[in-house]
Structures are given as structure tokens and as C-alpha cells.
Design a protein around this ligand. Structure first.
Ligand code: SAH
Length: 397
């Protein structure tokens, strides 16, 4: 196995179990091929761990194991089995049959995401090392994921291009059978169709499961505005919990069409659910101008900041929609607001919400905080793994 030798004094982050080694930390380029195992060595010659080589990426090595014992042909299979094993509580819960089985770096499988939808596993492989081992990973998932019917991959992800990986075909079956066009999943009392071929990410925002459970009951008896609705998630949960009216807003027509199908799945009376194909920034202004008011507003926007350099622009975008949403609340109304930008820290998010509240001239209390569900864990050495955070506020005026 080739070595990747660190520059002097650049071993700190690996010793702290951070999984990424940037090209600038290496004394010289490793001779290892794309995706190959490399032994990561300090400038003094000490073996610090083993990772996968990505010669085309700024993140040159992604650590898989730490310590001196070398990986063998069973290592990857063992890591998949361990990741699935850590989700046992989800399979013991009759209320859900959709769960993230592998959460990339935080499950020691860098660049590997595997989501389980009622027996169908859909993966994304976003590192060269992950791509090289996708057959092995798929067969391990087939073996260890309970009642697994098939494993497929979504290749239509922009980050694959950065790693020099093909983005075509957009979808491919790697093991087992071909999933149906729409896979039906359960999430507590809710039911959703998941478009595993064309939906966002692997088809569904599993990371918001806990937040949907917290927010749903807040809609009881009220008028709810669900912004960035995607396939209806939050709004759907609110209707199940007895919301009077739900307005689902998204720019994506196909997401709204699936949202409609999802309402049908739960036998919800469609006449109380309105679907609006619009830009949320403009729609919130329209509601303001028309004097509309809501008991609950949900803001679950896409990632506004891809990296730290975009954070100030993203901050202004978040503040804009939060301020507008706060002004639309009826007395005692609630706002559930989220950010999935990893570059936006919890502290910045809090600050943004507070500034928006001051500008809106309203007083709020925090009634809950949410984060990505426990099937999207974060290792202590990789705090960047926490990307999704939410604050649920109630207006005191
Ligand atoms: N809350 C959803 C997930 C939201 S994902 C759930 O629980 O499933 C973000 C959504 O925002 C996507 O569906 C995307 O189509 C939509 N979107 C992105 N930019 C938008 C904009 N400017 N206006 C309205 N919708 C937008």
C-alpha cells in the first residue's frame, strides 16, 4: 500500500480524528491511484490510520480507520454491517420504515450515503474510494439491511463531478431488484411516496423526521404556511395533526405533484390543502401585501451557503425570509425555521433569528430546537457533520 506522508506539524487534525486530509497537509503527492487505500503517516513515520485516496480533490485523503492496524478485505463489509447495526432501534420501531443506514464520514464510510425506504436502499457515492467499492458496499447492504429488496445508486449529484466521477446514468441498480416508480414509506402516522429515481438527494428528506414530529402538532386547529414544502412533509404532518388549512409552497412543480399524491395517500381532504408553485421570497411578500396571517409558518429552505465564502449572502437570505415570516404570524403564532447549510453555525443561526425578531418588532420564546435525526449522527471528531438545525419559536405578542 502506498503512503501519504504529512508535513511536519500537520498531524494534529488526524490525531483528533478529523476524517479529511487536504492536499496542503501532505509532504508530497502520493503515488496511490484514485480510490486506493493509503497509509497515512506523520512526518516522523508514525502510522496514524488508513484512508481512501482522491487525487482529483482538494480533500486528498478521506480517513476510514484510525490507528496502526491495516485494513483487510473484510474491512468495508464490516463497516457497513456496523453502521446498519447501529440503526437497530429504527427497525424495532413499527412506526417508521425509512432510515439512513450509512451517514458517510460519521459512519466511517466517507462519501457513502445509504437510505432505506421500505426495503429499497438508495445510495450516493461521492468520493473516489466509495465509487470504487460500490459493488462491495451494495452487496454488504443486501446482506445486512433487514428485508432488503434491492440496492441502487443515484449518480446525478454535482459533487461527484468534483471527484472526477461520472454523473450518468443518473440512477442504476447495483444489487437485487428494480424499485417501483414510487416507494411508499411510513413515518409515524404519515405516509409518503418517495421518487427514488428523480427526487432530491436519494428521494426524501429523512433528516427532518424528528422535526416533522415536533412541528405537526403545532398546526392543530390552525392555518399553516409550509414554505419550501418539497413533497409536502411538514404540511402533511400538520394536516394529520388537525390543521384546518395548509398552504404548501415550492418552486418545483414535480415536488408539488408528488405532495398532492401524498395527501391522497393519507386520505386527507384536498380542499383544505392549497398548492402554490412560487418563489418563497416573492410569495411571503405577496402574503404580507394581502394581509394574510397564519398560526404556523414553516421555513425549510435549501442550502443557501455551499461554503464559508457564501455565508454572508446566505445570512441575508435567511434573515429576509425569517423576518417576513415573523410578520405573518397571528398572535401566539409559531415559526419553525431551519437551516441545512453546514457553513452556518448554530450560533450564527441564533443570531440571525434574533435580529429578524428585533426587526419584526415581535417577542418570541424558543419552544424547541431540532437537529438532523439520530440516523444522521455526527462523530465527535467531525463537527462539520452537523449541518441541519432548527428553532421553533412562539410569538408572545
Ligand atoms: N421540508 C421538506 C424539504 C425541503 S427541501 C421536507 O420535509 O421534505 C427544499 C425545497 O425548497 C425543495 O423542494 C426546493 O424545490 C424548494 N425551493 C428551493 N428554492 C426555492 C424558492 N426560492 N422558493 C420556493 N421553493 C424553493
Amino acid at each position: 500500500m502506498e503512503k501519504a506522508v504529512l508535513k511536519p506539524k500537520r498531524d494534529y487534525s488526524v490525531r483528533r480524528r478529523h476524517p479529511w486530509i487536504f492536499s496542503g497537509a501532505l509532504a508530497e503527492n502520493s503515488a496511490a491511484g484514485s480510490g486506493d487505500w493509503v497509509e497515512v503517516v506523520s512526518s516522523g513515520g508514525e502510522t496514524l490510520g488508513f484512508g481512501w485516496h482522491s487525487p482529483q480533490s482538494q480533500i486528498r485523503v478521506r480517513m476510514v480507520t484510525f490507528g496502526s492496524s491495516a485494513p483487510d478485505e473484510k474491512t468495508v463489509e464490516g463497516l457497513v454491517a456496523a453502521a446498519v447495526g447501529r440503526r437497530a432501534e429504527f427497525f424495532a420501531d413499527a412506526g417508521t420504515n425509512a432510515v439512513r443506514l450509512v451517514n458517510a464520514e460519521s459512519d466511517s464510510l466517507p462519501g457513502v450515503v445509504a437510505d432505506y425506504y421500505a426495503g429499497w436502499v438508495v445510495c450516493q457515492f461521492t468520493s473516489a474510494g466509495a465509487e470504487m467499492r460500490k459493488g462491495e458496499i451494495a452487496s454488504a447492504l443486501m446482506t445486512f439491511a433487514p428485508f432488503c429488496l434491492g440496492v441502487s445508486a443515484r449518480n446525478d449529484v454535482d459533487v461527484r463531478a468534483k471527484e472526477g466521477l461520472a454523473t450518468e446514468p443518473g440512477f442504476e441498480v447495483l444489487a437485487g431488484g428494480e424499485p417501483p416508480e414510487l416507494v411508499e414509506i411510513a413515518e409515524g402516522a404519515a405516509r409518503f411516496y418517495v421518487d427514488v429515481r428523480k427526487g432530491h438527494k436519494t428521494g426524501f428528506y429523512l433528516d427532518q423526521r424528528d422535526a416533522r414530529a415536533v412541528v405537526g402538532p403545532l398546526g392543530n386547529n390552525g392555518d399553516v404556511l409550509n414554505c419550501f414544502s418539497y413533497t409536502g412533509g411538514f404540511g402533511h404532518c400538520c394536516r394529520i395533526c388537525g390543521a384546518n388549512n395548509v398552504t404548501q409552497v415550492d418552486v418545483s412543480r414535480s415536488a408539488l405533484e408528488l405532495a398532492k399524491k401524498n395527501e391522497g395517500l393519507a386520505h386527507i381532504c384536498d380542499s383544505n390543502v392549497e398548492y402554490v408553485e412560487a418563489d418563497v421570497f416573492a410569495y411571503l411578500r405577496k402574503c404580507r401585501d394581502e394581509g394574510k396571517k397564519f398560526d404556523l409558518v414553516i421555513l425549510d429552505p435549501p442550502k443557501f451557503a455551499e461554503s464559508k465564502s457564501q455565508i454572508m449572502k446566505a445570512y441575508r437570505g435567511y434573515k429576509d425570509i425569517n423576518l417576513l415570516a415573523m410578520k405573518l404570524l397571528k398572535p401566539n403564532g409559531a415559526l419553525a425555521t431551519f437551516s441545512c447549510s453546514g457553513a452556518m453555525t448554530v450560533e450564527m443561526f441564533d443570531k440571525m433569528v434574533q435580529e429578524a425578531a428585533l426587526d419584526a418588532g415581535r417577542e418570541f420564546q424558543i419552544i424547541a430546537r431540532t437537529r438532523q435525526g439520530s440516523d444522521h449522527p455526527v462523530t465527535l471528531g467531525f463537527p462539520e457533520g452537523l449541518y441541519l438545525k432548527g428553532i421553533i419559536l412562539r410569538s408572545m405578542t
